[in-house]
Design a protein around this ligand. Structure first.
Ligand code: NAP
Length: 331
């Protein structure tokens, strides 16, 4: 049966300007790091993607290496684009990245022009599209001059293979330097994608100030700390959770007694706010106007609905903020 998107999709979620650019992103965006590889059925991935689009999520975030195996998440998106979303390409913001290991030999990772340009060509082929909306340098390369990496991003935009460029996992200092080079080349940096959540707040030291000064947007990844900032691990490890699965990025050693206690206390505050803990954790990020969108992952359609609802209640009282701060500072 052919797919028709929900007619009310643009009334369900706010769209926020990405820094000082012309581009708006949904307050909640969907990443395809987990649950869109060959380890999942195409049908389950399709269901998640179409449900997200029906709920107004216009931004899908990928990277060359998402899978497993690496590259398969882009292939999955390519199939869903060609089967169901072809007519809606202009309603979507699709991002990809290169930086981590993708293929053997000296040209398959880090930040050389050789790697970035050829990796994006491969990503476009896997997704079956002519351009991505945002292309990221996935991580800074300590051995390649930023002039070369940023020069590659500039060339990619000029070649029409990306509309905008972004940086991920760059420190504040590295961001300032890279953004300066991009500016001098005439290709502004649209956005930064750092890890940021209640349990990992490094960006608060100075990255968020740089992002604001430079007029960039910010899209935190793993805003739920891969699911730790939800109520799912309060009574053990559910069978259908990421921690119980094969992901090497979230293992049982992350779930210490102290953390469970902390999550329990946060959950109690969320309940007082009539929110799920996931909603409160996302709202806590979105309360800061420098945050354009929160980049979630999902394994079930219900998680999309739950997370989107966070965007309608992002105000916190002073008292709530103080209580949260106290809990986060413990242990
Ligand atoms: N730039 C980078 O270096 C980088 C690194 C990592 C990620 N990312 C990007 O960020 C995206 C998101 O990362 P992430 O998957 O770690 O994000 P996350 O949102 O912190 O964690 C996702 C997991 O949280 C659980 N979840 C989500 N919504 C929920 C809800 N409402 N209620 C209960 N549980 C919920 C699900 O766990 P279960 O699976 O257990 O159900 C889901 O798989 C990635 O897909 C990728 O696009 C970028």
């Amino acid at each position: 049966m052919s797919y028709t998107p929900d007619h009310s999709r643009y009334k369900q979620i706010p769209y926020q300007r990405c820094g000082k650019s012309g581009l708006k992103l949904p307050a909640v965006s969907l990443g395809l790091w987990h649950n869109f590889g060959e380890d999942k059925s195409l049908e389950s991935s399709r269901k998640l993607l179409l449900h997200a689009f029906d709920r107004g999520i216009t931004h899908f975030d990928l990277a060359n290496n998402y899978g497993p195996p690496p590259g398969s998440a882009e292939e999955t998106l390519g199939k869903v684009l060609s089967d169901d979303l072809k007519a809606y390409r202009d309603e979507l913001v699709i991002s990809s990245k290169a930086g981590y290991h993708m293929w053997s030999g000296p040209y398959g990772e880090w930040g050389s022009k050789k790697y970035l340009v050829s990796s994006l060509d491969q990503s476009l082929r896997r997704m079956g599209i002519d351009y991505v909306d945002i292309f990221y340098s996935h991580r800074p390369d300590p051995d390649t001059p930023f002039e070369e990496t940023m020069g590659a991003l500039d060339q990619i935009v000029r070649s029409g293979k990306a509309l905008y460029v972004g940086l991920s996992n760059y420190t504040a200092e590295q961001t300032s330097e890279a953004v300066g080079i991009l500016k001098s080349l005439g290709t502004p940096c649209l956005i930064h994608q750092p890890r940021y959540n209640m349990l990992d707040r490094w960006v608060e030291d100075d990255l968020l100030d740089v992002v604001e000064e430079e007029g960039m947007g910010c899209i935190p990844f793993s805003p739920l700390a891969q699911g730790l900032l939800t109520d799912k691990y309060l009574d053990g490890i559910p069978e259908d959770s990421r921690m119980a699965g094969r992901s090497v990025f979230l293992r049982t050693n992350a779930l210490t007694d102290e953390l469970v206690e902390k999550i329990g206390k946060l959950n109690a505050i969320a309940k007082e706010r009539d929110q799920s803990l996931a909603q409160m954790a996302l709202a806590w990020l979105l309360k800061d106007k420098r945050i354009t969108s929160v980049l979630i992952g999902v394994s079930k359609t219900g998680q999309i609905d739950d997370s989107i609802a966070a965007s309608s209640h992002t105000e916190f009282s002073e008292d709530e903020l103080e209580k949260i701060e106290e809990i986060l500072k413990q242990g």
